[in-house]
Design a protein. Structure first.
Length: 606
């Protein structure tokens, strides 16, 4: 007998492959929960392909579906590029909505995922649930109109149906979260024409993107709903951004940019992937961190490393890691991924008269990884008009190779993309300086700040859990807060000097509680000097609040030292409620409680 829980959405990844994303999943769940009190507005989740958006939405739906107390039904529609008539699309869209709405009300995950159920079957679904009874009336009204041959304006029916989730949410009290994956594809897949004309166009190869009906524009009213707001995603970054931030939808959407994993979480994912897909291959914590830093924490690239067909795939030293990465960029899955993207966008990438100049511009802009692209510098270096460079960068923007923010172009934080470009275009250009894409400097900096980064990433995952107090140098149990903000922080009062706090966490409560951390990443013990520094920083933080007229915060100090603590420090903080302290074993235990699957290394030169 199988005890595995049936989920409403079949997830594409094994449960243990879902690494990090705790904070954004928590934020999205709060977004769903707050729909009931009409406190959530429509939002878009944007990132390049293979960053994990669909996996995140799958997990979100599987989480909130089993929260009937929220009284918010997740309507989850995944767009595909399959071309169909508007009439067929409307029926599929409506059936999916009603099936999922009724399934949520009855907490029936099997019905939620059962795409074989017809709309007529749902109209007869037995139920005494108030929202379901009302939904069945809506279904019957929809079917009467849809099947009436005397009324053929299917576009009018579509426009009317867009409002159904909000209407049903208003009258039944069970709200709706309208979640659409790859929302921008609603521009290119649906045709407002008869089935006969559609088949004729398909036969003749005339089903072009330009001939499709732009359904995204029809959500101009729905996007403003507070009872059934929208959460849309898109991996065509430029297109989805233009879709939700301009035109009929302009001003109606907030947006969240999904970034790569943190380096520590990327290392944890690589450990997990090797355990699953390459159990005979091992990697040390140090080299896992090195690999994660070299690919920028990108989840798909880490998957490519674990699945690599590189001969003698080993990760025993950093040189071996570099060989696997090079193989993947030049011959493996990473190469295939970007080669396909470049081919699909060749009309933008290679759309100039002087292809040699275009290749030089593309090659040169790789030096700006995760930085603003200096158009003037490129023009001067290549001795070409600035306008030519601007036009090329604009085409790269349309091809999703750069993004735009505050009237400037930026390259994505994607070192493997830059390496792919260097490999493909570097062989064809002459007279340009070699572009160094090594991440060794990043890794060296990481080693110095790694403990701070681990503490910061872990604190961001706190969510009112209770942990053994011994991990914090205390007896009993400790209830952890949920932080609204975690980062480094500089503080300075009017009568104090400036202090740099390694990690600062703000709870965002009326009590104005904050945590401040001092991290010592050495094999030697932390002495009173570091403790006094943190105490002085705490005083400066209080003074700063007084100086600016803000509430004086209640400060919890946390000392973290991989080398442990001197006897004087232990005597000083052991009985203080406002001071926690964690040695290497303690911080490892906390790290593991939040998904870490390796021991925090202490680098020899850290």
């Amino acid at each position: 007998m199988c005890d595995e829980k049936i989920l409403p959405v079949e997830e594409m990844l094994a449960h243990e492959e879902f690494t990090d994303r705790v904070e954004i999943l928590r934020e999205l769940e709060a977004w769903v929960k707050n729909i009931q009190r009409m406190a959530s507005t429509s939002t878009a989740m944007i990132s390049p392909r293979r960053m994990g958006k669909t996996v995140l939405l799958d997990r979100l739906v599987n989480t909130v579906f089993f929260k009937p107390e929220y009284r918010v039904a997740p309507f989850y529609f995944k767009m595909t590029r399959e071309k169909m008539t508007l009439r067929d699309f409307l029926l599929e869209y409506a059936t999916t909505f009603f099936r999922q709405y009724i399934a949520y009300c009855h907490q029936d995950p099997i019905l939620y995922r059962n795409k074989r159920v017809k709309l007529r079957d749902l109209s007869d679904h037995p139920s005494d649930h108030k929202a379901v009874i009302l939904a069945k009336e809506y279904i019957r009204d929809f079917l009467r109109r849809y099947q009436d041959d005397t009324f053929n304006d299917i576009r009018s029916q579509w426009d009317d149906f867009i409002c159904f989730p909000e209407d049903l949410a208003s009258f039944s009290g069970t709200r709706v979260a309208v979640i659409i994956d790859e929302f921008q594809d609603m521009k290119f897949s649906v045709y407002h024409t008869s089935q006969e004309h559609f088949m004729e166009m398909r036969t003749q190869g005339r089903l072009t993107d330009q001939g499709a009906t732009d359904l995204t524009a029809t959500y101009d009213r729905q996007a403003q709903s507070r009872k059934a707001p929208m959460l849309v995603s898109g991996s065509a970054v430029t297109l989805i951004f233009r879709t939700v931030m301009g035109g009929p939808l302009g001003g109606r959407f907030d947006f969240t940019y999904l970034r790569p994993l943190s380096v520590p979480d990327g290392a944890a994912l690589l450990h997990q992937l090797l355990d699953i897909y390459a159990p005979g291959v091992t990697i040390s914590p140090e080299n896992a961190l090195y690999a994660s830093a070299q690919v920028g924490g990108h989840p798909y690239y880490l998957y490519c490393l674990a699945m690599s067909k590189c001969e003698e795939k080993k990760f025993g030293e950093t040189e071996a890691v570099d060989r696997v990465i090079q193989y993947e960029v030049e011959r493996g899955k990473i190469y295939g991924f970007w080669q396909t993207h470049f081919q699909d966008n060749r009309r933008h990438i290679n759309a100039e008269n002087d292809e040699a100049l275009g290749r030089k511009i593309i090659y040169y802009f790789t030096r700006y990884n995760n930085q603003p692209v200096e158009i003037r510098e490129i023009a001067e270096k290549l001795n070409v008009p600035r306008k030519a460079v601007e036009e090329k960068i604009e085409r790269l923007y349309v091809a999703d190779l750069v993004y735009r923010m505050r009237a400037r172009y930026y390259t994505f934080n994607d070192i493997c993309l830059m390496r792919f470009i260097k490999f493909v275009y570097g062989q064809e250009v002459e007279g340009l300086d070699e572009v160094d894409l090594s991440q060794q400097g990043v890794f060296n900096n990481l080693k110095g700040r790694f403990l701070e980064l681990v503490v910061q990433v872990t604190m961001m995952k706190f969510n009112h859990e209770t942990l053994d107090g011994r991990l914090f140098g205390k007896t009993g149990e400790i209830k952890l807060p949920l932080f609204r903000f975690v980062d480094t922080k500089s503080v300075k009062g009017a009568k104090t000097r400036s202090y740099q706090i390694d990690v600062y966490g703000w709870e965002g409560t009326r009590e104005e509680r904050v945590w401040i951390c001092e991290c010592k990443y050495r094999k030697t013990k932390m002495d009173m000097g570091q403790v006094e520094k943190l105490e002085d920083a705490a005083q400066a933080l209080r003074q700063e609040a007084e100086d600016t007229g803000l509430p004086v915060p209640d400060i919890q100090m946390w000392l973290v030292s991989t080398g442990g603590f001197t006897g004087e420090v232990l005597e000083h903080v052991r009985d203080r409620e406002d001071a926690y302290f964690s040695d290497h074993e303690g911080i490892n235990g906390i790290f593991r409680a939040y998904g870490g699957n390796y021991n925090i290394p202490v680098f020899t030169d850290a």
